[in-house]
Design a binder for this molecule. Structure first.
Ligand code: F6P
Length: 345
């Protein structure tokens, strides 16, 4: 058998560990693996490399993806589907592994409907895929954001400042919530929990009025301002997503707090630091489990599925379930954020 593999969407710590695992399990079964560069783009352009064990042997702990990634949507490109079919035929690919988030798995599902033998591997640092308890990359992102909050706390405290920290999370505030709790943020702002700016300023002011003259505000880049105007969106990618960092969420909140409280307030955007560098041990293990499972699905000719974590088990689910529903921060976790902020009696 010949397996094609690609990584698509935002890079995620653990992607290389999945590639490592797919190569390892595939070669054990006597299968060959070919990698396509830069996601669906490389597949459409037939840009590939052979993934021998020599090529993958040192990538388990490496951040990013050795294959490169892009946010290309083949169904938005002229003859995208035909180009994919041609490349698969030319390379005599028997099965494809697509590592990606909801957009990538959405494309994989459409390709499966077109008769292409494909399995998915879910990834996103945002951890917002409802079908799996955790995605790899999330633990790494939370660890990095927590460390950043730890570091910002000491400088904020030394200068009696408030620091607003912008954390990734397009639709869901999981990274902000987890790192906000672990890193001791005093205010936690999530897309799922709209708190008006006056209240945010009041929370910071109340803290300064007590003995503590410093504060950390953790805000998710997808946080919705109650007063935001609808035209405030900016450019979108091929899947229709806005570049969230252009909204300047942290800066706007910091400016608001400074203006309305006279407290010196700075902002920090953690940005791609959260996605770069080596995955944590947890993410490496999850990636390897997903990778092995994906190859076993191929071995059993169970196409149109993806591995998912349910409790402590790896199961597999149909690709349509991957894109069915976003996993937003639930009531239990929202309550924790509210208790931390003193908003829940
Ligand atoms: O979806 C993962 C993610 O890291 C989001 O948290 C973030 O909004 C987005 O990707 C950024 O993507 P890009 O690097 O393509 O701008």
């Amino acid at each position: 058998m010949k397996i094609g593999i690609l990584t698509s969407g935002g890079d995620t710590p653990g992607m290389n560990a999945v590639i490592w695992a797919v190569q390892k399990r595939a070669s054990q079964l006597g299968f060959q693996v070919i990698g396509f560069r830069d996601g669906w783009k490389g597949l459409m352009e037939n840009d590939s490399i052979i993934l021998s064990s020599d090529r993958t042997k040192e990538i388990l702990s490496l951040g990013g993806t050795i294959l490169g990634s892009s946010r290309t949507n083949p169904f938005k490109r002229e003859d995208g589907l035909e180009k994919i079919k041609t490349a698969l035929e030319k390379n005599q690919i028997d099965a494809l592994v697509a590592i990606g988030g909801d957009d990538t798995l959405g494309v994989a599902r459409k390709l499966h409907d077109e008769g292409i033998p494909i399995v998915g591997v879910p990834k996103t640092i945002d951890n917002d895929l409802n079908a799996t308890d955790y995605t790899f990359g999330f633990n790494t992102a939370v660890t990095i954001a927590t460390e950043a909050l730890d570091r910002l706390a000491t400088t904020a405290k030394s200068h009696h400042r408030t620091i607003v920290v912008e954390i990734m999370g397009r639709h869901a505030g999981w990274i902000t919530l987890y790192s906000g709790i672990a890193g001791g943020a005093h205010v936690i702002l999530l897309p799922e929990l709209s708190i008006p700016m006056e209240k945010v300023a009041e929370l910071v002011k109340t803290r300064y009025d007590s003995s503590e003259k410093w504060a950390l505000v953790a805000v998710s880049e997808g946080y919705e301002f109650v007063e935001e105007s609808p035209e405030d969106v900016g450019e979108t990618d091929e899947f229709g997503h806005v570049r969230l960092e252009k909204r300047g969420v942290a800066q706007r909140i910091a400016d608001y707090i400074s203006k309305h409280t006279n407290i010196e307030t700075r902002h920090v955007v953690l940005g791609h630091t959260q996605r770069g560098g080596p995955p944590t041990a947890y993410d490496r293990v999850l990636s390897v489990r997903f990778g092995f499972h994906a190859v076993d699905l191929i071995k059993d000719k169970e196409f149109g599925y993806f591995p998912a974590l349910k409790g402590t088990q790896i199961i597999h689910l149909p690709l349509k379930d991957a894109v069915d529903q976003l996993k937003l921060v639930d009531e239990h976790h929202l309550r924790i954020a509210k208790i931390i902020m003193g908003l829940e009696s």
